[in-house]
Design a binder for this molecule. Structure first.
Ligand code: ATP
Ligand code: MG
Length: 189
């Protein structure tokens, strides 16, 4: 689901473990690169972030795939492919296991679980929403700049959290909107 926290989780993994690999790359918002030209740009970015090589001549996606495999197949890499929405993107950026060296990890985030299955990934993890306690805490940080509600807003806060259903994006937006507003405005919202 959009806003459930896939990119947040992937970013957190990336900052925690990227130094354990020969090289790493975080390709964000891949859905914004639907054309072949966009894919070639991402292929160049992948090679640049891992090897620091900037002026590689890649004239099309097919050549780009060959270059990735040729240059990275002996490197242990961590690659995050964030927000993928087409199979072609996966084929262009991480076509096969043997494109990357032993110990590599490729993490893909997507709203479309079926893409992962079609591409033959090893493991699919469904990101769940926040539990009630976490959701209340996140909402309160936004709505009160504190981890708990003020006593007079307690009931309303629980209703909001219940309404947002553990979806971090909704908790963020609602909480930020309600910060400093009257009870009447809370009830309207
Ligand atoms: N565990 C969390 N704790 C606090 N805030 C979170 C958490 N997970 C996500 N968020 C916040 O929720 C919002 C949405 O998260 P994120 O962008 O990671 O969602 P997404 O699943 O990648 O959505 P999309 O499918 O639209 O790309 C962001 O503002 C993020 O900061
Ligand atoms: Mg995302």
């Amino acid at each position: 689901m959009g806003g459930i926290g896939k990119t947040t989780l992937a970013s957190s993994i990336f900052s925690e473990i990227s130094d354990k690999f020969d090289g790493s790359s975080f390709l964000a918002n891949i859905r914004d690169f639907p054309t072949s030209r966009g894919l070639v740009r991402l292929q160049k970015q992948l090679i640049f972030e891992i090897l620091g090589e900037r002026n590689i001549n890649i004239c099309d996606v097919h050549i780009g795939s060959i270059e990735i495999m040729r240059r990275l197949r002996h490197k242990s890499v961590l690659v995050i492919l964030d927000d993928v929405d087409q199979l072609e993107q996966l084929q262009a950026l991480a076509g096969m296991h043997d494109w990357f060296g032993l110990g590599s990890r490729i993490v893909i985030t997507t709203r479309n679980r079926h893409l992962l299955v079609s591409h033959g990934v090893d493991y699919v993890h469904m990101v769940n929403g926040l539990n009630d306690g976490e959701a209340l805490k996140l909402f309160c940080w936004k709505a009160f700049r504190n981890c708990l509600p003020t006593p007079d807003y307690f009931g309303l806060s629980l209703q909001m959290v219940d309404y947002a259903g553990g979806l971090p994006l909704a908790l963020n937006v609602l909480g930020s909107f309600l910060f400093g507003r009257s009870k009447a405005k809370w009830k309207d919202a």
